[in-house]
Design a protein. Structure first.
Length: 179
């Protein structure tokens, strides 16, 4: 063999068995606790009897792509403490027997890169299908009315139908339409 003598003493560049065990353990911890960063992972490794430096844990997590999943932001979309009129729940005992008798409306938010967009949706309670929706950057009367207009344009309901909402901002921006 035409190898230099120093080759015998050179350590291999691949991971040793100890590193493989640590990588596996860090992977298990990150799977069990997805919000743990390198500090908490290092502390957990210490509790389990593995002496690992925090820098090593951070390097392994970075190399394996085990980044922390950020906590989801929460936005309150229901404001029941408002100055607007509170309408009675006329749909409590109503069981729809056909389409367009009862529509159910709600607001939710969709998180995008740095902000939120709000979604107003109107569902037909009988068919459980979306009959109208609107997207907007703010929760206001225009958003809810745009969803209602969309539902009316899509379905052309007969007079006498009812719309039920959660009782917050969407209900305060409701307009009683007579057709």
């Amino acid at each position: 063999m035409n190898l230099a003598r120093s080759t015998f003493y050179d350590e291999p560049t691949s991971q040793s068995f100890g590193d493989a065990k640590i990588v596996e353990k860090i992977g298990e911890i990150c799977a069990d606790y997805p919000r743990y960063g390198y500090r908490r992972v290092t502390a957990q490794l210490h509790r389990e009897g593995l002496a690992v430096n925090h820098k090593r844990a951070m390097r392994i997590m970075r190399e394996q792509g085990l980044s922390v999943r950020p906590r989801r932001r929460f936005v309150v979309t229901t404001n029941s403490d408002h100055d607007g009129p509170i309408f009675p729940n006329l749909a409590r005992e109503l069981i729809p027997t056909g389409p367009n008798e009862l529509w159910v409306a709600d607001l939710t938010y969709i998180a995008i890169a740095r902000d939120f967009v709000y979604l107003a949706v109107i569902l037909d309670a009988w068919s459980r299908r979306v009959v109208g929706y609107a997207l907007g950057r703010a929760i206001d009367t225009r958003l809810t009315l745009a969803a209602l207009r969309s539902a009316i344009m899509n379905r052309r309901p007969p007079p006498g139908g009812r719309v039920k909402s959660e009782g917050g901002r969407m209900a305060t921006s409701a307009v009683r339409c007579s057709r």
